[in-house]
Structures are given as C-alpha cells and as structure tokens.
Design a protein around this ligand. Sequence first.
Ligand code: URP
Ligand code: ZN
Ligand code: ZN
Length: 466
Amino acid sequence: MRTLIVNGTVVNAGGSQAADVLVDGETIAAVGSGLGGSPLAAGVDRVIDATDRYVIPGGIDVHTHMELPFGGTFAKDTFETGTRAAAFGGTTTIIDFAVQSRGASLREGLDAWHAKAEGQCAIDYGFHMIMSDVNDSTLAEMDSLVDEGVTDFKLFTAYPGVFYSDDGAIFRAMQQTARNGGTILMHAENGMAIDVVAAQAVAAGETDPYYHGVVRYPIFEGEATNRVIRLAEAAGVPVYIVHLSAREALDALREARDRGTPAYAETCPQYLFLSIDDMGNGFEGAKFVCSPPLRPADHQEELWKGLVHDDLQVVATDHCPFDFHDQKQLGQGDFRKIPNGLPGVEDRVDLLFDGGVRAGRISKERWVEICSAAPARMFGLAGRKGVIAAGADADIVIYDPTKRHTISATTHHMDVDYSCYEGREVTGATETVLSRGAVIIEGNAYVGTKGHGRFLRRAVARDHLV
Ligand code: URP
Ligand code: ZN
Ligand code: ZN
C-alpha cells in the first residue's frame, strides 16, 4: 500500500515545512515538496489531501496503565479499548507498565502483560517494568529484560505495602541499571510520611476525596524527588521522574539539572489543567483522585515554565481509569480506599495543542517535541517513531488546528463513565491517523484492526537522554 499525503504542513520538533509525505508500506519513503508530480509517487494507491492541516508524528504516551490491578480493582481500559481511544486522540504508541507482584518474578509479570496486550492493540506498544520486589534474583532479571527491549524500571517511594521500595532497594536497582544501560523511573512521593498524615486526617473525620489532595503535601514530593535524584547520582545512573506535579519537585529537579545531573521528568495534563479545587464537591472529587494529587492552581504556571525551559521533557497521561459509579465508590467514607488514577490517553494531544500552542505558551514544534519526539528519543525509539522523515515508521496524524470540539464522556472512546474535562471546549482535533502506514482513524471512525499494534523492543536510550 502506497499513500501520498499532499498540501499539508509537516510539523517536526526541529521545524515545520510545507511538504508532501509519501508512505510506502509501513514506513515513510519521502518527505518533500511537489512529490505528487515526481516519479517516486507514480502508482500510489491513495492520496490524502491535508490542505490547512498539520502533518505530525503520531503521539507517544509513555505512561499508561491498561488493566492495572490497583486498590482492589482493575483499571478499566483493556489494551483493546485503551489503544483504540489513544488512536482517536492522535496517539500511535503507548508504553504501558507491566507489574511485578510481590513475591513473583519480573518474568511472570512481563509474560502476564504480553498475554494481555498481544493481538489486542490498535497501535504499537512497549512496556516498562514496575519492580515491587528488589532481590538478587530480580536484579539479575533486569539485565535480560533490557536485552528483550523492556529497558526501564519503575520504582516507588510511595504506596507502602503495595509498590513501595526502601532506599536500599532503590539504590540496588539503580546500581544494576547503571551497569545494564537501562533507565530508572521513579514515583517520588514520601509514602511513609503521607500514610501518617492520611491516618491522622481520617481519625479527625476528614474522609472526603478532597483530603487525598490535602494529605499528600507537595513537600513530600519535593523531598522524595531530591532523595531519588541524589541516590541516582550516587549510583551513577540517569533518572526519570514520572508524573511530576509540584513546584517543590520541579525545584529539586532544576537544581539537579543545573549541577549537571542527568535527571529528567514528565508531567501530565491533569497537573497542567486541573487543580485541588476540582476535588471539592463531596464524593464527586473521587473522579480526580490520583497520585501525586492535583495541586493548588498556582503550581500550574511553574510546570508550564518547566516545559518551556526543558526542565520537563515529556507530557504523558498516567492513564489509569476507574469508573465513578462503581470502582471509585470503593472509597466512600475513606479517601484512602479510592482507586488512584484518572482517564486521559485520548485527550493529551488536544489539551496540549489548545492549552499550550493556541494559548501561546509553547510553539507547535515544542508540542510535537513533548508529545512525540522526546518520548521517542528518551525511550529507545529514536529514528523509528516521533518524526516525519524518510525511513521512520509511518505513524502519522493529520491534525486540524481549527476544529472545535467539546470533551465529554458521552463522546470519548475510553471505557470509563466520566471525563475529568467534561464540557471543556478545545480547538484542534485529530482527523486521520496512520499506524505503520495503515489508516486506522478516518474522520470520526475507527477503521483499523484489533491486533495491528505490535510490541516494540526498545533500545537502551542512555545516549539520547536530552
Ligand atoms: O494515581 C495514579 N497515578 N495511579 C496509577 C499508578 C501510578 O502511581 O502511576
Ligand atoms: Zn506512579
Ligand atoms: Zn502511573
């Protein structure tokens, strides 16, 4: 199948140009002006007119949790529904978190995630590995996972009794990763201190979802961020902070980067567009319970500055949806029992275009950088994904920068019964999506096939972490 995309504006992180794009099979064959009339394009099967549209590399969401077991239930989207929703929102690659359960091996966790995803996905996917048990045997396993293209490991200073690791365990995993070339991802909040304050709040009758946001102090995120960065410095390994939400954590990151430490971070749309005020309104606030929690609104501008100055390199979603009408109800009477997580995989590209590019905060090239190019580079997909260039996978989004639409659970494709952005009007929408050369979204319809998405064996990214 050969497809020619004509008359569009190709937007890459490095610059934009009026250009046509020729797709041959699964990859991009050529990018240039007037390709339609060139011999290269003779006999194309399909021409797509992208007049007044941006032609951008498909989004890469490096933080999703399809079917994550958490808080006594499972994140609602499966790999089938979640990757289809991602595609509707202009995302053509996800990297999901496989989970090592306590007492099990990394291999068992990874095999379970392969079984969930294989044959289900609309778009390509990779895995990170959540480590909840660091011991001699799991440390040795880390090396073989890196060889299999699962090149990063997430550890937690949060969630005592679930995913929590102490400093010694984290440091051992960091030392191992310093040797095998992988990357350590950290959920940095001081879970031990949070549990103390949370218990005190519940004892005082403060049980509403709002208090989930209150007890997880920003300083607990700042402290843990500084601590894990310092541990990474001691181990001699780069570190990537996931879902950074607070000014205090950003300060710790900036200080580390200023002294030349290879420390990196993502933030998420919920920390840029929502605040702790959304968690008021009684139990409705459960819709917004995630960790780290939504912060007071004045943290948002700091995060935008972080994105502008490249102290934050990536925006990922931490997509982890639970239905409000049953799953979130597990926390009635005690906010500690509300499953943590929000839906978002479908909304990221539009929210950042509308609230970032159109609002004048970032350029459209920076939008492509934080949604696609940097994630590709930092997670071992450089050259394959995140760029419109000859030789790259033909993961392409034709984006209408003028189309207005309203985000709503009644129209979204994520398998969850609410939207955190219900009623929010945004300008900018995905129109057509190609995944490795196949059109999978056309207008408002999914025209792809279940199982088209392939597992991505990713390279170690150590040399590309910038
Ligand atoms: O609330 C969240 N973030 N749920 C997903 C698990 C995690 O910590 O990323
Ligand atoms: Zn986390
Ligand atoms: Zn997460």
